[in-house]
Design a protein around this ligand. Sequence first.
Ligand SMILES: Cc1ncc(COP(=O)(O)O)c(C=O)c1O
Length: 364
Amino acid sequence: MHISELDTPALVIDLDVMERNLERVSNYARDHKLRLRPHTKTHKIPALGRRQIELGAAGLTVAKVGEAEVMLAADPPDLLVAYPVLGGQKLARLMKIAKRTRVSVALDSLTAARQLSEAAAASGVEIGVLAEMDVGLGRVGVDPGPQLVDLSKAIEKLPNLRLAGIAFYPGHIKQMDDAGIAALEKLSRVIEETLEQLSAAGINVDIVSGGSTPALWHSHCVRGLTEIRPGTYIFNDRNTVASGACRPEDCAASIITTVVSNARPGLMMVDGGSKTFSSDRLGPTGEATFGYVLEAPGATYVRQNEEHGYIDLRHSERSFEVGERVRIIPNHICVAMNLHETVFGVRGEEVKEMWRVEGRGKLQ
Ligand SMILES: Cc1ncc(COP(=O)(O)O)c(C=O)c1O
């Protein structure tokens, strides 16, 4: 099928760029002896999880039990749920998954650890646990230091759990400028001190798991880090470009939209708004623009309703007729993927793949 035959809005993935992104990170991880456990929250497609494993990923990461169920189709040797799993229903489903592949969970509370231990004991499985520490994002994770040591000791004592290591998510480091480099140096010191404290308590961990896409190419400078879990790198997006971790030409995913109106002077409307792109602003700057128009970089995607994207054309290189199509790179591809039932892999002008986003909407 020719790309012009796709109805819009359509999320398309340039397969050559995606493959180059996958190979580059896989080579980087291998060269620096870092375990790669990509976060599949970005693509949510088992076929792509399988490709990551073929290229050397040690396993896959998910956020939700529902995503883990979907990713079993990728035959992962290992699945990390990088999110505390609480409640009998989710735990029962997780135990079924644990009978099919090795499962670990990152958690930060004794409550979550106890619930997991009880479910694992009742099912006769062993679950790996990563004790989660907060290194600056202020989201989940106990403080590094005595709190993390206490949590790790408690996990070690619980039946059917294996303390596999520690985890953190450096989501507060959004740009690799001087401040970003300084934040990574601080992170190295936190990890070194944490490992010393654990060791003094008689705990030696194999896995130190972190790593996001913005900090990706500096991962080998983070002392003590053994595993990276980037997700966005498979496609990249405007946020990744703004972070400095990729060039605009490394963005594999874009959304084809149709110009549905140019009735308002200096503006055009495209047939995709917040239901197509998500309302996420640019991460590093918070700038209220919602995408990069490939055909006219001077045009700015300034506002959204659910089904309307407002493109300001006052500084655009060109004007557009109603019915013309424009391709727009979203700010945050992970949430955009979650909004699309089907996405299309393209090579040049040819549509080569059609994938259902099987992990979309898996909130539980
Ligand atoms: C816990 C965790 N690990 C890894 C990632 C992947 O980060 P990125 O999408 O920047 O590659 C995320 C992203 O939200 C995350 O929440």
